[in-house]
Write a protein that binds this ligand. Structure first.
Ligand code: ADP
Ligand code: MG
Length: 295
């Protein structure tokens, strides 16, 4: 089974090498069955914001368990919207999202979210708290409301948090305040917090956009290791195409809320890059280097 398959309901043309495009009738039968095999499945899922803006046009795709997927595209392409839809931070305005065959909805939102951890560009740590306490907050989904408010954790939570910090190589920083750590270390705490959730999926929204190249490499390499060793599915939004090509099993390219590329790094040729980074009415974007400068 291929690691990634994308079927777009809203277009009949082939956008770029590696992208497989099907019209709506072809979504029945075999294609629909193959979708249901994925851990994360979007079935015509899209988001139209209140102001009429299409954050994500109706999109159907399936992401296999244990795969490492990079989502690329210029600013405003819909990368964050796609991730927010997958963890239910944003409700889809059409279609459905399924995680492990369960359709995301108000009744199971909390439970599904506990299995889908997020990693953020600006880390979203509580600065005044220690690295350990920040990681422990990853356990809150498993605790009562009162326990959450009072930061009451069980011994089991402490063991999981300890193990998670060790996994990201920061056990020696466990009791340092989050804001005393470097950017790369703070992001590793963010990853440890995600791991403490014991998730099936990690969604990372531009996790290296605020880091220097060395720390970026460390963070992506860590996410890749976690994906391949623990079988946790990772979907990461990235601006750096070179990193996406090196780490991802599959690359999704978005432009204007539309999925215009779906394929492996080898298929990401000049034509594909143009389709991902072109801007309507801007002739200069025919040059991929200039297009990337706008990414
Ligand atoms: P990306 O992460 O690729 O930069 P986003 O998913 O943040 O893109 O945004 C996709 C589009 O949706 C953009 O045009 C953006 O302006 C719009 N958008 C995002 N969030 C909102 C919102 N809360 N309300 C209205 N429009 C939004
Ligand atoms: Mg974004």
């Amino acid at each position: 089974m291929p690691l990634i398959e994308l079927h777009m309901l809203n277009s009949g043309k082939k956008h770029a090498a590696g992208a497989r495009v099907f019209s709506a009738p072809e979504m029945t039968g075999g294609a629909a069955e193959r979708h249901s095999a994925g851990l994360i499945v979007l079935c015509g899922a899209g988001k139209r914001y209140g102001n009429g803006c299409h954050g994500l046009r109706p999109t159907s795709l399936s992401i296999a368990k244990g795969s490492f997927v990079a989502v690329i595209g210029p600013s405003g392409a819909g990368k964050s919207t796609m991730l927010r839809l997958i963890n239910g931070l944003e409700a889809a305005s059409c279609g459905q999202i399924r995680i492990d065959d369960e359709t995301l909805g108000p009744r199971n939102l909390r439970r599904i979210r506990s299995r889908v951890a997020m990693v953020f560009q600006h880390f979203n740590l509580v600065n005044r708290l220690s690295a350990m306490t920040n990681v422990l907050t990853g356990r809150l989904a498993y605790r009562s409301w009162l326990g959450s408010v009072l930061y009451l954790f069980r011994e089991e939570d402490m063991a999981i948090a300890h193990e998670s910090l060790a996994r990201v190589g920061l056990i020696d920083k466990a009791w340092e305040r989050a804001d005393q750590l470097s950017g790369g270390q703070q992001q590793r705490v963010g990853i440890a917090r995600a791991l403490a959730q014991r998730p099936e999926v990690i969604l990372a929204d531009e996790p290296v956009a605020s880091l220097d190249p060395v720390a970026s490499e460390e963070v992506l390499s860590l996410l890749h290791q976690i994906c391949k060793q623990d079988g946790i599915t990772v979907v990461v939004n990235l601006h750096q195409i070179e990193l996406a090509c090196r780490y991802a099993d599959r690359i999704l390219g978005l432009n204007g809320g539309e999925l215009v590329f779906d394929g492996p790094a080898e298929a990401l040729n000049e034509q594909a890059l143009k389709s991902i980074y072109h801007r309507d009415g801007v002739v200069a974007d025919a040059n991929p280097e200039l297009a990337l400068a706008h990414a």
